[in-house]
Design a protein around this ligand. Structure first.
Ligand code: ATP
Ligand code: MG
Length: 214
């Protein structure tokens, strides 16, 4: 991911966007299963600065979300974390990120944008997203409880996204909202996120009514 690549072969770089508030085993397993299924050389986790469709919602400060991603990816040489969306500031649009990455990497690096099938719809329906599938292959991971309707496929096609691969992944019924809620209730989330992340949450007092992150 540092841009120093051998130009004689094609590299496949997965891009995993999200709020990661906090990052959990669902995100990591999704990235790993995509890496395996699509033969990706690496997966880059990119925490969103201010996600446009979470505007009405309180999000933990970017530095904490970035650090938790770094802690979660530290032991996997195929995983890396990029601060580009956070450093860009303002509202986060996936299309801007993909343009930025496309300009940065040489042509032999193919981009694979991985996202949950639910989030894919919000992303492609957002304004200015028309060229999304020209910049990256799209991988939609199906989440527990998600049913792919004709309406869903039609909406993607209407937004110019005909080339979407589906990744049926193991059902891990965990979400960041659930983890925030549990921590707020004083419940343990051990094993639902990497140990280093759980430690960081406790050290920083995140997600507690009186915590530093609130
Ligand atoms: P929140 O509950 O706050 O919405 P989240 O758990 O959905 O958080 P996000 O940061 O919104 O996490 O998601 C980042 C990406 O990871 C999205 O593409 C989402 O669809 C996917 N994702 C989230 N949870 C899972 C899971 N359990 N299994 C597979 N993919 C997931
Ligand atoms: Mg979500």
């Amino acid at each position: 991911p540092d841009g120093t690549v051998d130009t004689s072969r094609t590299y496949r770089l997965g891009i995993m966007g999200g709020t990661f508030d906090p990052i959990h085993i669902g995100h990591l397993a999704c990235a790993e299963q995509a890496r395996d299924a699509f033969d990706l050389d690496a997966v880059l986790f990119i925490p969103a600065g201010q996600p446009v469709f979470k505007k009405h919602q309180k999000v933990t400060c970017a530095a904490d979300r970035l650090e938790m991603c770094r802690l979660a990816c530290a032991d996997n040489p195929a995983f890396d974390v990029s601060p580009i969306e956070i450093e860009r500031g303002g509202d986060t649009y996936t299309i801007d990120t993909l343009h930025q990455l496309r300009d940065y990497y040489p042509e032999n690096v193919e981009l694979y944008f991985i996202t949950g099938a639910d989030a894919m719809l919000s992303i492609v329906s957002w304004r200015n997203s028309q060229g999304l599938s020209k910049l990256a292959h799209l991988i939609a991971a199906t989440r527990p409880g998600f049913v792919m309707s004709d309406e869903y496929r039609r909406t993607l096609a209407e937004h110019g996204c005909f080339d979407v691969s589906y990744l049926e992944m193991t059902a891990l019924s965990v979400s960041s909202s659930m983890l925030r809620e549990w921590v707020g209730q004083g419940k343990s989330i051990r094993y639902l996120c990497p140990q280093g992340v759980w430690q960081y949450i406790q050290d920083r007092g995140l997600y507690r009514a009186s915590g530093l992150g609130e």
